[in-house]
Design a protein around this ligand. Structure first.
Ligand code: NAP
Length: 226
């Protein structure tokens, strides 16, 4: 068993999620920010790759005090469990995700991480070891299910999202498309990694909705394959 996984990213009109230097950029506006906050608040866990932690240093907390209060009234932590996928244990121990806001944190690593590093990370988060040299995402998902995570939101980046698609671990995919062009062959996109080489491998989607928002558009898909 694994959690229901929904991926949410903001991209430019030309399909980029940040600049070639991997600098965080503002693509959406206030309405989308509120929507993302509500999605966070409705989740049991929020996952990002280590690339996003190193590039953006996000805290991934629920920003609305009202939504945090509602979670507590339901007997949940103020914030969903925040999860970093980090094969080599590179999460800085001072990262905002480990310090901002209350609630649990999980760092998922591979067996390649030395004991001393596991201990250092273990002072700030629960550490899950899954996979030999890279985090085994299927194994991780099963472990997250065992820990009670039923709804998992993934907020990036493109390398992690591609791996999740390639492993058949995504159920829903939302992209906010903003009214900017970022350009650049090396600028990250919502699904990077090595990509699929044949049409047979493509992940197939079914359109669920298109909503004009913040001078851009929100597109919501359900995954129909594999
Ligand atoms: P990422 O997807 O956040 O993290 C990728 C890293 O995760 C990999 O390099 C790998 O590093 C680790 N990892 C561990 N196990 C993995 C597995 N099984 N599959 C895939 N990755 C695994 O990094 P990114 O692609 O560089 O994306 C970061 C960029 O995305 C930044 O520029 C950020 O600003 C942007 N971003 C944009 C949005 C948006 O909505 N616009 C959202 C988030 C991020 P190790 O091998 O070291 O573990």
């Amino acid at each position: 068993m694994r959690p229901h996984v929904f991926v949410n990213v903001a991209m430019s009109a030309d399909g980029k999620i940040s600049t070639g230097e991997r600098r965080q950029v503002r693509i959406s506006g206030e309405e989308d920010r509120l929507r993302v906050d509500a999605m966070r608040a409705s989740s049991d866990g929020i996952m990002v790759g280590i690339g996003t932690v190193l590039a953006d240093n996000p805290s991934l907390t629920v920003k609305s005090e009202d939504l945090r209060r509602r979670r507590v009234a339901e007997g949940r932590d103020e914030n969903p469990v925040r999860i970093v996928v980090d094969s080599r244990g590179r999460t800085p121990t001072g990262a905002d995700i480990l310090h901002r806001g209350s609630g649990k944190r999980i760092i998922a690593v591979s067996r390649a991480v030395p004991e001393s590093r596991l201990q250092a990370l273990g002072e700030h988060a629960e550490v899950i070891v899954a996979g030999e040299s890279e985090v085994d995402l299927k194994m991780l998902m099963e472990e997250l299910w065992r820990r009670g995570i039923r709804r998992l939101m993934v907020e990036g980046g493109g390398t992690l999202i591609y791996s999740l698609f390639a492993s058949g671990l995504v159920d829903e995919f939302s992209t906010f498309v903003g009214n900017v062009v970022i350009g650049g062959a090396s600028s990250p996109t919502p699904a990077d990694g090595q990509g699929f080489f044949s049409e047979r491998e493509f992940v197939r989607l079914e359109l669920q909705g298109v909503v004009p928002m913040d001078r851009g558009v929100l597109i919501h898909w359900k995954i129909t394959s594999p």
